[in-house]
Design a protein around this ligand. Structure first.
Ligand code: NAP
Length: 325
């Protein structure tokens, strides 16, 4: 038997339940989960179910890391330390809020060199997304000499890790936050300029140009403001919708300033792209960096933590210790 956060049906709430190992798929890689995390998407799944959860019963959790117990494909030896993100885990098939998981070998990656299992989950899906967003800006051609980079939702998971990587690469970073209490935390991360997110909601469709690149976790009017203040020829990576799913803008920033808007989905990515992003995280981030932007919690506290995150009462990343100590 193992423990997992199970939601039985659309009408049932989430509960930590005892489950028999027999119900796990037998043709996957069986992993003893050491750490999982709480991402924004996990909290939507835990508290609202649909539209994140596509099938019931479901065990939530879009990422985990752990130790391989058994692999029928022989790709991973027992004892290998692995990590898993995305591919619909916690949405279409059982996820990482569990003491045991059984998944496709092709979805797993070895823990990157220089990282511990805990480091990997201090980053988690949010960190992977942040790293891919930074790589999009770099591949587009932006360097620290190109100009300033804006990061919205700066105190969140994607935000904090984007900031850490950009700072290590030498960029000048502007952060937006919806809460002035986060100013000191963001200054300590090395953010050079901080603005309140609400100011983005009220800019003109084309406004004063302030940054050459941006990583946006918010969507909605905030993303409109981000595009309106991007320098001509600059690049914006849209990777989230914490403020809203809408995008009420005009084509003006695109046809009058030639700005480039890139979408990012870190869920379905090739092994090569995932490895490249994990390697960048492991090269840039130290234990100290990751300890500053994350807190470790026991699995038992998951429901309280999910409520806090969705109410925007959390700073940085929430890591869950999945095995009872
Ligand atoms: N595209 C992908 O593959 C992908 C992958 C991972 C995450 N995401 C998305 O990226 C977004 C961020 O994820 P996360 O895990 O970083 O979440 P998170 O840790 O909750 O961070 C989101 C941050 O956005 C700000 N925020 C929250 N609600 C807001 C609101 N109503 N209005 C304005 N600002 C608000 C807060 O920062 P401040 O307090 O500093 O304002 C919060 O810390 C989510 O929408 C998530 O679904 C997408």
């Amino acid at each position: 038997m193992f423990r997992a956060l199970l939601i039985n049906s659309e009408n049932d709430g989430p509960q930590i339940s005892e489950i028999s190992e027999d119900v796990l798929r037998q043709d996957g890689v069986l992993v003893k989960v050491e750490y999982s995390t709480l991402n924004y998407k996990d909290c939507l799944a835990i508290l609202h179910g649909k539209p994140i959860i596509r099938k019931y019963p479901m065990v939530t959790g879009i990422d985990f890391c752990g130790t391989v117990l058994n692999d029928s494909s022989s790709e991973f030896k027992p004892g290998s330390e692995v990590l898993m993100t995305g591919f619909g885990m916690g949405e279409k098939f059982w996820g990482g809020h569990s003491e045991l998981a059984s998944v496709d070998a092709s979805f797993l990656l070895a823990i990157p060199n220089g990282f511990t299992m805990k480091n990997a989950m201090q980053c988690g899906t949010a960190g992977l997304t942040a790293s891919m967003a930074v790589l999009k800006l770099k591949d587009f051609g932006l360097t620290p000499d190109s100009g300033k980079i804006l990061v919205t939702g700066a105190s969140g998971g994607v935000g904090t890790i984007s900031i850490l990587i950009l700072k290590k690469l030498g960029f000048h970073v502007i952060g937006t936050t919806s809460n002035t209490k986060n100013f000191e935390f963001l200054e300590n991360l090395g953010v050079e300029e901080i603005i309140e997110t609400s100011t983005l909601n009220s800019v003109k469709i084309l406004d004063k140009q302030k940054w050459i690149g941006a990583i946006d976790s918010l969507g909605s009017k905030a993303l409109v403001g981000v595009c309106a203040c991007t320098f001509a020829g600059g690049a914006v990576v849209a990777c989230g919708n914490a403020q809203g799913i809408d995008f009420p803008t005009s084509v003006a920033p695109f046809i009058l300033r030639g700005i480039n808007l890139f979408g990012l989905d870190s869920v379905y990515q090739t092994t090569a792209n995932r490895k490249r992003a994990w390697n960048l995280l492991a090269e840039c981030l130290t234990d100290n960096d990751l300890d500053n932007i994350s807190t470790e919690h026991q699995f038992n506290d998951i429901l309280d933590l999910a409520k806090q995150l969705i109410e925007n009462k959390v700073t940085g990343r929430l890591v869950l210790r999945m095995q009872e100590s």
